[in-house]
Design a protein around this ligand. Structure first.
Ligand SMILES: Cc1ncc(COP(=O)(O)O)c(C=O)c1O
Length: 440
């Protein structure tokens, strides 16, 4: 460990929110990251949900090298061959039929900004409808349509944004009987409120196929189908933000395939770059043509960079060759089964949910009241880290305390078993300490 560098981190870096560990980190391979003390930690967040094929997969290292022998970056008006190849691969092998025109940028927020700009230009409108618990980025337009992030203190959001209640099967805003009926009731109310407030310039509905930062909420298929109809009826474009759901994470090629619903625009990012900055906005030829004619502009320094495209192609090849879409389903089933075993033993686990290897575990004070257990969430997450497991906790005061568990799709059974043993011990110890605290 180099204490001077820990001091430098404190002295010279801007703090940017979220939980930050006191340790510094030096290396990552597969499912394991190593900190500055040499300690190995199982990474059950896949970095920031990006390293779906495992950290520093040899194919990614090779792709970076290949780009180094050709070109990392070019004038934005020069389209690299490898970018054309990535566009073709996405259209032919990964996207739902009809989505065949790609724009390649760097981050999830950027790809959503591009999607929103396309929708506004295409429709001539500016009103955007989003759901509670969403996270689409921290840039101007995307933070305006995000409701799981901190909105306060940054001035006026982009005008024309509307929010509707998210479908939450465990904590439904409207309990209309079944999970599906409750979700549809939320949608009906949300649409009524939107129609009431709209000034007649609708542009887009934006949603994550699984609302991840909002607590790993899986909308029923009927909800997404109704959303598709709602967009069509209002002349709005439907945007799927598939930053986390595309390319296998949920055991399907995309969230669109999982729901059986094709959006007008799909944004992809984290899971395409596999840990390097790469994102895409994909739409239909008709929309691409329409916005091009209207002067669509998203000219940036790193649009169409060959480095990212080389890596993206490598990531997609690994997912296909190593059958990682199917693997997400089988390993996801295994991990979910192990979490459900824990649920049998701990009253504090109120719900286990998700798809494939994007899972959420909601912690409650008791199953009757379903009151969020933020203290347990905080304690267990810290303990897990001390015992060698890194895991994300979504802990907003306005909603539950949810572990978000999303290891690389290459995770082994042994790594899952080790992680579950750590979760078990962290829960037991935290609950014991909290009981002692209450008795004292
Ligand atoms: C669903 C979703 N969309 C967009 C983003 C923003 O992506 P980025 O942080 O790469 O800008 C995130 C980031 O967490 C996300 O989870």
């Amino acid at each position: 460990m180099n204490p001077a560098l820990r001091d430098a981190a404190k002295e010279y870096l801007v703090r940017y929110g979220g939980d930050v560990f006191p340790n510094l980190f030096v290396e990552a391979r597969g499912t394991v990251v190593r900190d500055d003390t040499g300690r190995e930690i199982l990474d059950f967040t896949s970095g920031q949900m990006c390293a779906t094929i495992g950290h520093n997969h040899p194919a990614i290292v090779e792709a970076v090298h290949a780009a180094g022998t050709k070109a990392f970056h070019l004038f934005s008006g020069m389209i690299p061959e490898v970018v054309a190849e990535l566009g073709q691969t996405l259209a032919q092998d990964w996207m739902p039929r009809g989505l065949s025109k790609s724009l390649f940028v760097n981050t999830g927020a950027e790809s959503n900004e591009a999607a929103l700009r396309m929708a506004k230009l295409h429709t001539g409108g500016y009103e955007v409808l989003a759901v509670g618990g969403s996270w689409h980025g921290v840039t101007g337009g995307t933070s305006s349509v995000s409701f799981a992030s901190d909105r306060k203190g940054y001035g006026v959001p982009v005008p024309g944004v509307f929010v509707m209640p998210e479908p939450n099967a465990y904590r439904p805003y409207i309990n209309a009987g079944s999970e599906e009926e409750s979700a549809l009731a939320c949608l009906e109310l949300g649409l009524k409120m939107f129609d009431m407030q709209s000034s007649g310039r609708p542009a887009a509905i934006i949603i994550e196929p699984i609302i991840s930062a909002g607590g790993v909420l899986v909308p029923p298929r009927a909800y997404m189908q109704a959303l598709r109809r709602a967009a069509d009826e209002r002349g709005m474009l439907l945007i799927f933000d598939e930053a986390q759901t595309a390319f296998g994470r949920i055991g399907h090629k995309t969230g669109a395939a999982f729901h059986g619903v094709t959006p007008d625009i799909m944004s992809v990012s984290k899971t395409l770059g596999g840990g390097l900055p790469l994102a895409g906005t994909i739409t239909t030829p008709a929309i691409e043509d329409s916005v091009h004619r209207k002067g669509f502009n998203f000219y940036t320094s790193h649009v169409s960079d060959p480095l990212g495209a080389e890596v993206g192609l490598a990531v997609l090849r690994v997912i296909a060759n190593e059958h990682l879409v199917e693997r997400a389903r089988t390993m996801g089933g295994y991990l979910r089964g192990r979490l459900e075993e824990l649920q049998q033993r701990y009253e504090a686990i109120g719900d286990v949910r998700g798809e494939g290897l994007l899972l959420g575990v909601e912690l409650v004070q008791d199953r009757e009241s379903r009151k969020p257990n933020h203290e347990l969430g905080g304690r267990t997450t810290r303990k897990c880290f001390d015992m060698g497991l890194s895991m994300n906790i979504r802990r907003r005061p306005e909603r539950g305390s949810v572990w978000r568990i999303a290891p690389p799709l290459t995770v082994s059974t042994d790594e899952v078993d080790r992680a579950v043993a750590i979760l078990d011990q962290a829960l037991r110890e935290s609950l014991d300490e909290m009981a002692v605290g209450r008795a004292a």
